[in-house]
Design a protein around this ligand. Structure first.
Ligand code: KIV
Length: 265
């Protein structure tokens, strides 16, 4: 059965028609394929892979080559969803020229539909340069995990209304096709959403955004000990997988597996 691929204009049209947009992060073929078949609208190869997959304590260490490596796996699995790849720390902050070259590498080498980068007003020249190269770009404003050193930690709700409204407007004016809003009070996220004509995708930003994103392994209950207020866990896969591995270990040790029904004669 052939499915209709969601393009960047198609993604924006869904929002314009009032449909809430859905997005999850995924980092490999297995999970991206499952999410795509389950009907997700968009998949973000987030730089959260630095923490979730690679085990670092921040998103700073993941490299551009590693993002591209994971982006390729995700694109290979996806038939319908829009695929975005995060531009990792220091792959765009140096100059708009550096950003265009690296966004170009992401699109050429992975086949993804769009890139995402952190920043609004401060990255407006860069957003303009990338979109002028015909590469769709999503801006990420509010709590910016790549600014962890400046912010003194992740997870702080961002409340500077004028600055956030200005960041969103600057991103839109520079050509961003959508804006991710992270950790912003719900009333302010609503105000931002009403102040721009491009879709907003919230995480920890309440119900009034054009859409919602969560980190896939967090909402599936695969990650350990991460329960921020904004996270809803839709499954407890970590405990189910742990029990399965424990049962396998026990059955192999006791000689119960493999049995005759799982053996060739
Ligand atoms: O990398 C990531 O997972 C993100 C989240 C905010 C969705 O950017």
């Amino acid at each position: 059965m052939s499915v209709k691929k969601i393009t960047v204009p198609g993604f924006c049209e869904l929002a314009a028609r009032g449909q809430k947009l859905t997005m999850l992060t995924a980092y490999d073929y297995l999970w991206a394929g499952l999410m795509d078949q389950a009907g997700i609208d968009s998949i973000l190869v987030g730089d959260s892979l630095s923490m979730v997959v690679q085990g670092h304590s921040t998103t700073l260490p993941v490299t551009l080559d590693e993002m591209i490596y994971h982006g390729k796996m995700v694109v290979r699995a996806v038939h319908r969803a829009l695929v975005l790849v995060d531009m990792p720390f220091m792959s765009y902050q140096v100059s708009p020229l550096q950003a265009v070259e690296n966004a170009g590498r992401i699109i050429k080498e992975t086949g993804a539909d769009a890139v995402k980068l952190e920043g609004g007003r401060i990255q407006s020249e860069t957003i303009l340069a990338i979109s002028r190269a015909d590469i769709p770009v999503m801006a990420h404003v509010g709590m910016r995990p790549q600014a962890v050193r400046q912010l003194g930690g992740m997870g702080k709700v961002q409340r500077d209304e004028q600055r956030l409204l200005d960041d969103a407007k600057a991103a839109e004016d520079a050509g961003a096709f959508a804006i991710l809003l992270e950790l912003i009070p719900q009333q302010l996220a609503q105000k931002i959403t009403e102040s721009v004509s491009i879709p907003t995708i919230g995480i920890g930003a309440g119900p009034h955004c054009s859409g919602q994103v969560l980190v896939g392994p967090d909402m599936l209950g695969l990650t350990a000990d991460f329960r921020p207020k904004f996270l809803k866990q839709y499954a407890e896969l970590r405990s189910i997988a742990t029990q399965a591995v424990q049962q396998y270990v026990s059955e192999v040790q006791k000689g119960h597996f493999p049995d005759a029904s799982h053996s060739h004669s």
